[in-house]
Design a protein around this ligand. Structure first.
Ligand code: NAI
Length: 330
């Protein structure tokens, strides 16, 4: 198989090259994100596109890829909200993904955001480096005993719930399919309204779908407790960022920790340190002392990167050998 990677970073090259030793596929890595303007980069003979979270696989792009001979889309990610699945099905291009890879990586990152934003770790780090050893403004709260609301208890949400139980929290959860083993461990399933009204901390672990888009919006924020801490490591579109900015300005939201952002495809995975950022909502968000943002690095552990590369190439090998595609979405 001849595989063309879009949005490829040096670490993709390194982990995929290592995983490819047992496959010996042809790999070509492009750093550009895939969109309708650059499908012409596919060379004759290349038959698989390997894409990441901010590559755009809409109907136009998929049609162009089909015309250029692409037979398979292999996502090196779990989420697939960036793919027009109907168009892929109509074009008969199968789409495979990596449904689970170290859920611990993302769940632990969610905990990291929560702990760091609560205990003002970034501010403390800077102060100590400047020999400012005062504590004013660094006050946090005990996580122990707090009510944590978890929306989405799949692979990642389940790990997050267990970590929070370990902290001594009361864990409330909402999912379309409650997980019995979590219930036995002490997690209580409730409706979203109860999560909003009673949680001190809310962490989002559901996928972005038409039903979950802007799950956190002006109305739902109004239902939350004053001082609520919101953590989002899932997808940026789960949060209406403008509404969150307003609630941060008026002090209703106590802190925000996010690894994902609605308009992240214009920012993340690039060095824009010398550029003038045009996104004013983003610019406002970065001014709050109680907001901690990382640029989609929840998955970024050695274990996860190894699993992503191995599963992606195994998915492609199954396609090449005409075996059932176990990780096929469409
Ligand atoms: P999963 O598919 O195992 O779990 C998602 C859960 O959300 C399922 O249990 C599902 O029933 C539930 N769900 C779906 N619709 C819902 C709704 N309307 N309300 C409540 N629950 C709902 O997915 P996994 O692996 O746990 O990943 C969760 C999300 O994390 C992914 O969709 C992806 O967007 C994000 N992610 C972020 C990464 C990062 O680096 N920050 C890396 C990997 C995933």
């Amino acid at each position: 198989m001849n595989i063309l990677f879009f949005s490829a970073q040096p670490y993709d090259k390194s982990y995929f090259t290592k995983a490819n030793v047992s496959h010996q596929f042809q790999l070509r890595f492009l750093e550009y994100p895939l969109n309708a303007d650059n499908t012409a980069l596919v060379k004759p003979g290349e038959n698989v596109v390997c894409a990441f979270v901010n590559d755009k696989l809409d109907a136009t792009v998929l049609t162009q890829l089909k015309e250029r001979g692409i037979e398979l889309i292999a996502l090196r990610a779990a989420g697939f909200n960036n793919v027009d699945l109907k168009a892929a099905a109509a074009l008969k291009i199968p789409v495979v993904r990596v449904p689970a890879y170290s859920p611990h990586a993302v769940a632990e990152h969610a905990v990291t955001l929560l702990m760091a934003v609560n205990r003002k770790i970034c501010k403390a780090y800077n102060r100590v480096r400047e020999s400012n050893f005062t504590l004013n403004g660094l006050e946090g709260f005990d996580i122990f005993g707090k009510t944590v609301g978890v929306i989405g208890t799949g692979n990642i949400g389940a790990v997050f719930c267990k970590i929070m139980l370990g902290f001594g929290c009361r864990v409330l959860a909402h999912d379309l399919y409650p997980n019995e083993s979590l219930q036995q461990a002490g997690v209580q399933y409730v409706d979203v309204d109860t999560i909003l009204k009673t949680s001190d901390i809310i962490s989002l672990h559901c996928p972005l779908t038409p039903e979950t888009k802007h799950l956190i919006n002006e109305q739902t924020i109004a239902q939350t407790k004053k001082g609520v801490v919101i953590i989002n490591t899932s997808r940026g579109g789960l949060i209406d960022t403008k509404a969150v900015v307003e609630a941060l300005k008026n002090g209703h939201i106590g802190a925000l920790g996010i690894d994902v952002y609605e308009q992240e495809e214009h920012l993340f995975f690039q060095d824009l340190s010398g550029a003038i950022i045009q996104d004013d909502v983003w610019a406002r968000l970065t001014t709050f002392p109680n907001v901690l943002i990382t640029s989609h690095q929840g998955f970024f552990t050695q274990e996860a990167l190894t699993q992503i590369a191995e599963t992606t190439l195994n998915n492609i090998a199954k396609f090449a050998n005409k075996e059932p595609l176990v990780n096929q979405i469409v």
